[in-house]
Design a binder for this molecule. Structure first.
Ligand SMILES: *Cc1c(COP(=O)(O)O)cnc(C)c1O
Length: 232
């Protein structure tokens, strides 16, 4: 058995266990395999182990892999920071974008989404308490942004995404996930119909699932440690 296959089996088992323990259906949580920095052969191997949804952060690297693997029926999710002059290839080659945090980016993605493709699935990245990166809309501004993005014709607003900083204290680790779930409920109470909470990574996906994650983004636990080669 290869490492990727056995890792995937272990992660799937842990996702199912966390879902059942939280009283959720095991199919309520989708596993996104984050393949950034890993070569196309690793993605192919994960596909052969039954994984079809993959997340990428770096556009050029992602486009190369998408091209190499176009013989496979894969679902590609862009989860990295977005520069406004790089939106077109994202609109043309991905199924989901998790990292939209301003209207200008959403407008460009909508305008550039080809008519021949389904609307692009969008999550708004929220900068919740404890967030490491500076990306993300503030919780105060997320309702306004959601209303505007929901109007864009070639996008399908699906929900919210966050990347909380890792925390050793279990209470601190849980807090941002609780906050995200509450935010989603607030938006839905105001008439939005959002079904996605993209949160939880290798070190904290079980807690995220307990707090309502519907997509967990797992890299290291599937593919191993990343080696950035000093370039990224
Ligand atoms: C790299 C990355 C992940 C995966 O992180 P792991 O700790 O390797 O599981 C998830 N989400 C985003 C946005 C990432 O950049």
């Amino acid at each position: 058995m290869t490492a990727i296959l056995s890792n995937l089996q272990a992660v799937r088992r842990a996702v199912t266990e966390a879902s059942v323990a939280a009283g959720r259906r095991s199919d309520a949580v989708h596993l996104l395999a984050v393949s950034k920095t890993f070569p196309a052969v690793s993605v192919r191997e994960a596909y052969q182990a039954g994984q079809t949804a993959f997340g990428e952060n770096y556009l050029q690297e992602a486009l190369d892999k998408i091209e190499t693997l176009r013989d496979l029926p894969l679902e590609w999710h862009f989860i990295g920071p977005i520069q406004s002059n790089k939106t077109r290839p994202i609109a043309e080659h991905f199924d989901w974008v998790h990292s939209v945090d301003r209207l200008k980016i959403a407008e460009r993605l909508s305008a550039q989404r080809p008519e021949s493709m389904l609307p692009l699935n969008i999550c708004l990245q929220v900068n919740v308490s404890g967030e490491e990166s500076k990306s993300g809309v503030t919780p105060q501004d997320v309702m306004q942004l959601a209303r505007e993005v929901a109007q864009l014709p070639r996008l399908q607003l699906r929900g919210l995404m966050a990347i909380p900083a890792p925390a050793d204290d279990p209470v601190l680790q849980r807090a941002p996930f609780v906050q995200m779930h509450a935010l989603l409920e607030t938006l839905n109470a105001q008439g939005m119909q959002l079904d996605t909470l993209s949160m939880g990574m290798s070190h904290d996906f079980a807690v995220a699932i307990q707090e309502g994650a519907t997509i967990v983004r797992v890299g290291t636990a599937i593919f191993g440690n990343r080696n950035y080669g000093g370039e990224l």
